[in-house]
Ligand binder design. Structure first.
Ligand code: NAD
Length: 478
């Protein structure tokens, strides 16, 4: 199989690093072998980005011209949506239907930031002397973006679009597990007409990510991934006082009160933990249920979990595809096995599927556990698979204390018809996003951020653009 190049410094490049293989989790087959970037290749990408930032072909691109390029990216993603959705599906196992929706969202992300970059304004503070002054917003410079494997189509658009809208150059390193969509985006950026060096996509593993963080020619790092990686990156970046944005892991509480619309709540709780096979940073993996309805609600949830159709991600009626890789499936299964050994009761799932059709892929069934406390490992550690833990609660005080008893603070969901109760609980939850009587609604115009160990900085919305800009004060005597 030919080794696919990556895109750096305006050219498709065969790198000097060890090539990567990406596999289809539906059957384990190699989809592509991809060249990877060495430290020298990274140097070339950084040098080209720095040259491009200083060149008139980029500096003359006033916001409406940058916006035109971003709109073009949106159009090209729409044009190629089915092709890209198929690539995303074979790379990470999400269903074709979900991948198509992710690409629609990615195209709209480019459009949102095309519009937003036209509206950014500097500030003219009131004069306090015989001078005029301006607080201008200027780009950060070269931004290194590092992304995970769970939703590359959207997560990479969420990095590229605001970084470029703000007038920066970007070097994107996708996950070594799912590099294909980023390479497609590089091709589309080339077609859209971004000047050489402004968009590079380098492929490689953690070592390449570390080299980016340490590189003195990269001015800022924007990272989405696990909390452990985020901590290393923050520590390494601190040595150079390099700004970082970190979008990290979660263990989100999804709360159902006895007075909720239980039909809707049960469907949303199931979607919250099982969609995307649970490989979502905001997966509602700690399911708090008010004690007086806990048995009935759990029975309903188990019925839904058992009814979900596991299967090839390209089939129209499949609801849950394989996990991203066999290694990740084994990691998820180890969590479940350890939880059982520690006394958890398995309510459904928890075994590799017996169905012969599924034996070739990295499939894992929707799994629910109970009989453990919120302090147990299975309720504290991010599994990142279709595994939910049921945690009954009696009082709202006890609920809030337990929901907040987690190192993470990414998201939470709450189901109740009682407005006062909802307000009281939601305002006490230590999470960056709270959904009321809904779950997993996301909007490109609404900032998204993790509290506590779930992140630093924010993405989406105008905040997501501002963080790629820095303020520069200019004084001019009268
Ligand atoms: P990961 O942290 O293992 O890897 C993410 C990326 O970072 C990869 O490209 C990897 O090569 C690179 N990397 C890892 N360690 C690094 C280091 N020390 N220095 C530089 N680069 C490094 O994460 P993953 O397993 O790919 O993704 C799953 C994680 O991502 C989960 O924890 C999930 O919650 C999180 N996530 C968070 C969000 C969010 O918005 N908060 C969104 C999606 C996924």
């Amino acid at each position: 199989m030919a080794i696919r190049p990556f895109f750096a410094a305006g050219a498709w490049t065969q790198g000097r690093g060890e090539p990567l293989e990406t596999r289809n989790p539906e059957n384990g087959e190699v989809v592509a072998t991809i060249s990877s970037a060495s430290a020298e290749d990274l140097d070339l990408a950084v040098a080209a980005a720095r040259r491009a930032l200083a060149s008139p072909s980029w500096t003359n691109l006033v916001p409406h011209l940058r916006a035109r390029l971003l709109h073009k990216m949106g159009e090209l993603i729409d044009r190629d949506r089915d092709r890209l959705a198929n690539i995303q599906m074979i790379d990470n196992g999400k269903t074709f239907t979900e991948c198509r929706a992710l690409l629609e969202s990615a195209a709209n992300t480019f459009r949102y930031y095309a519009a937003a970059c036209e509206t950014m304004e500097g500030v003219v503070p009131p004069a306090r002397g015989a001078y005029f002054n301006i607080a201008a917003q200027v780009p950060m410079g070269v931004v290194g973006a590092i992304t995970p494997w769970n939703s590359p189509a959207t997560l990479e658009a969420q990095k590229l679009a605001p970084i470029l809208a703000a007038g920066n150059a970007v070097i994107l390193k996708p996950s070594e597990v799912t590099p294909l969509i980023a390479l497609e985006y590089a091709g589309l950026a080339q077609e859209a007409g971004f000047p050489d060096g402004i968009v590079s996509v380098v492929t490689g593993g953690i070592e390449l990510g570390r080299a980016m963080v340490a590189h003195p020619g990269i001015d800022m790092i924007s990272f989405t991934g696990g909390t452990a990686g985020g901590r290393h990156i923050a520590a390494a970046a601190a040595l150079q006082l390099k700004p970082v944005i970190l979008e990290l892991g979660g263990k989100s509480p999804h709360i159902v009160c006895a007075d909720a619309d239980l039909d809707k709540a049960a469907k949303a709780v199931a979607t919250g933990i099982f969609s995307g096979a649970g490989q979502s940073c905001v997966a509602g993996s700690r399911i708090f249920v008010e004690k007086k309805i806990a048995d009935a609600f759990t029975a309903r949830l188990v019925d839904i979990a058992k009814s979900l159709r596991l299967g090839p991600p390209g089939n129209k009626d499949t609801q849950i595809g394989p996990l991203v890789s066999f290694a990740h499936r084994d990691h998820v299964h180890r969590h479940v096995t350890r939880a059982k050994a520690a006394g958890a009761e398995l309510l459904c799932g928890g075994e590799l599927p017996a169905d012969e059709r599924l034996s070739l892929g990295a499939y894992y069934p929707p799994t629910l556990l109970s009989g453990v406390t919120n302090r147990s490992d299975i309720a504290q550690q991010e599994v990142f698979g279709p595994v939910g833990v049921i945690l009954p609660f009696e009082s709202d005080e006890e609920l809030v204390a337990q929901a907040n008893d987690s190192e993470f603070g990414l998201a939470a969901g709450l189901w109740t018809r009682d407005i006062e109760r909802a307000w009281k609980i939601v305002t006490q939850l230590q999470t960056g996003t709270c959904w009321l009587n809904s779950y997993k609604n996301l909007s490109i115009s609404t900032p998204f951020q993790g509290h506590k160990q779930s992140g630093l900085g924010r993405e989406k919305g105008l905040d997501g653009l501002r963080q790629y800009l820095q303020t520069k004060a200019i004084f001019w005597p009268a």
